[in-house]
Design a binder for this molecule. Structure first.
Ligand code: GLP
Length: 269
């Protein structure tokens, strides 16, 4: 696991956007796994800026989002589809039919959505780069604590803590879904490369669990310790509870020196 700590959230976004851009250079038809939440917004903004200058194109890419609420229509402003359109898809050249979310249409059996979504990911050749945030309780996607580390895309009930954290986006009289369909931890682990972003002091405990804690279903993000290619980008506040902080900085400096000497090795499958 590569852990890189920056003084602020802006640098985190810049590094994250740089990795997306590097992926596009070697694989213009890359398959991306996208995340919602406040954290990746700065990264999406940077990518939109880079797209406007003509530096990057998403025209040949495909995307699969981690999760979607169950019980609100896709065109609701609260849906993750709307979030992605608003924050990213509407501002870049990705083909809308190539953007996927695990949404359940009105009247559809939600239990069928997961297996169909998995089949679509497989048909696209799997995810090249998965972007992740992290919940206060260590969730990734909507895999709440106690989620099986082998789980696949399915319906999940949200914890009270998650409902409270995400409740800020809903008006008092507005319906807030208590269920969502999320890629499973097993699904996320199949991405060839993973980029997790965390910023702010509220994420410090979850980040410590992810990087230095035991691998446990009680901190779903800790499963990433078993993944071969994970980059964790943090700001100072989110890194505050890491015990090996000094080592991560040292390793980052060494890795950077290697890259300067030998180039940035990146070979997608
Ligand atoms: C939601 C999403 C996660 C996201 C998390 C943190 O619950 N399902 O994918 O990582 O919230 O969100 P934020 O970045 O707003 O803190």
């Amino acid at each position: 696991m590569e852990v890189v700590i920056y003084p602020d959230a802006e640098r985190v976004a810049r590094h994250g956007a740089g990795l997306v851009e590097a992926m596009l250079k070697v694989k213009p038809d890359a398959v991306f796994g996208f995340a919602t939440g406040r954290t990746p917004i700065a990264l999406y903004r940077r990518l939109v800026e880079r797209h406007r200058t003509g530096a990057v194109s998403f025209a040949r890419t495909t995307s699969f989002n981690l999760d979607e609420y169950l019980g609100i229509p896709a065109d609701s402003p609260q849906s993750y589809r709307s979030f992605m359109d608003r924050e990213f898809f509407d501002h870049v050249d990705i083909e809308r039919e190539n953007t996927h979310l695990p949404a359940c249409a009105e009247g559809e059996n939600p239990q069928r959505v997961g297996p169909a979504y998995e089949a679509r990911i497989r048909a696209a050749g799997g995810i090249d780069l998965q972007i992740l945030g992290i919940g206060h309780n260590g969730h990734i996607g909507f895999n709440e604590p106690s989620s099986s580390l082998a789980s696949r895309t399915r319906v999940k009930t949200l914890t009270r803590r998650t409902l409270e954290a995400n409740g800020r986006l809903f008006a008092a009289d507005e319906f807030q879904p208590r269920l969502a369909i999320t890629m499973g931890i097993g699904t996320i682990m199949e991405a060839r490369r993973i980029l997790l972003l965390a910023t702010g002091a509220a994420k410090a405990a979850a980040v410590a669990g992810l990087v230095e804690g035991p691998v446990t279903a009680m901190c779903p993000a800790s499963a990433l310790q078993w993944h071969e290619r994970v980059t964790v980008l943090l700001d100072e506040a989110a890194a505050a509870q890491l015990r090996y902080r000094e080592y991560y900085d040292l390793a980052h400096r060494e890795n950077r020196a290697l890259k300067e000497r030998f180039g940035d090795f990146y070979a997608p499958e």
